[in-house]
Design a protein around this ligand. Structure first.
Ligand SMILES: O=C(O)CCC(=O)C(=O)O
Length: 291
């Protein structure tokens, strides 16, 4: 049973840190698996898929991105790929993130995601029918790892009502201000999202498959609180809480594994969201999957 201290923290601030959630062995296994996946990847096949941080035109959100819900796909750091698609840095440092079905397709990640401790966290937060909607490995590699700009996860994985999304974010390295830890605006879990990242209903001549609907306010950057955590910590992130992270300008790694659950008991996952379940992988019911 996970110590229940996190529940009050989470309800007050919209996020909570549970230290020592993962063992060193689990972290080594996850990192080894990821190193193998990157090593086996042929950059020629994937390197045109760059993760542009503030791609307001959404041009980079192509079919490869939209159909990644049941696959393991690679999204590169903008600075890691030249105009001809060649890597400018070693392959091991070139990837921004990998998603979005690690939790289902890779046994090590499946074991963590559908493990008893994660189920216990969801039960303690009152989730009746949580389903896993996406999973990602975020590299934020030394020097090249780019920031994640201010956002609410519910902009991307909207639910109706918009409060039923929960992010699990596991630090696989110590995450400090220097290497790009998370920052939060505490208490913003009650702020519903003002923008939505959705599939374009009629892409028409622009060909843009996704669009941002609505406008995000400018949040006061000086009011964000850094959340430095030690390796193995779990950070729980309410779907509405406003958060961000900075570039990793240090020479230290800052790997993280993250996934999201939606409690389907009293909420609908929006059919407009960019990410949709597929026949091959409907959103798995967390409590039903035994590992
Ligand atoms: O890992 C990061 O730097 C940011 C992650 C994040 O904001 C998210 O997953 O919503």
């Amino acid at each position: 049973m996970v110590n229940s201290d996190f529940v009050q923290q989470f309800n007050e601030n919209g996020y909570a840190v549970i230290p020592n959630f993962l063992s060193d062995e689990e972290i080594v296994e996850m990192k080894k698996t990821m190193a193998r996946i990157v090593d086996e990847m042929d950059p020629k096949e994937h390197s045109s898929h760059i993760f542009h941080l503030d791609d307001k035109t959404c041009k980079s959100r192509d079919e490869y991105f939209l159909t990644s819900n049941d696959k393991i796909r690679f999204f590169f750091e903008p600075k890691a790929v030249d105009q001809d698609g060649n890597l400018t840095v070693p392959k091991s440092r070139s990837v921004n993130k990998i998603g979005h079905a690690l939790a289902w397709l890779e046994p090590v990640f499946k074991k963590i995601t559908f493990g008893e401790k994660v189920k216990d966290v969801c039960r303690q937060l009152g989730h009746k029918d949580p389903r896993v909607v996406q999973s990602m490995y975020i590299f934020k590699n030394p020097v090249i790892g780019q920031k994640v700009s201010t956002h609410q996860d519910s902009t991307f994985l909207y639910t109706d009502p918009p409060s039923n999304l929960l992010g699990f974010w596991f630090a696989l390295d110590d995450a400090a201000v220097e290497n790009g830890c998370l920052y939060f605006l505490p208490g913003t879990q009650n702020v519903n999202p003002t923008s939505r990242f959705v599939r374009t209903p009629n892409p028409g001549t622009t060909g843009d498959l996704t669009m941002i609907r609505g406008v995000e306010p400018d949040y006061p950057l000086d009011q964000f609180k850094p959340a430095p955590v030690s390796k193995g910590s779990l950070v729980l992130i309410h779907g509405n809480v406003i958060h961000r992270s900075e570039d990793n300008t240090s020479d230290l790694p800052r790997h993280a594994y993250t996934f999201h659950v939606v409690d389907h008991h009293n909420a609908q996952y929006s059919k407009e969201n960019w990410l949709q379940p597929s026949e091959a992988l409907p959103f798995p019911k967390l409590y039903d999957v035994k590992v």
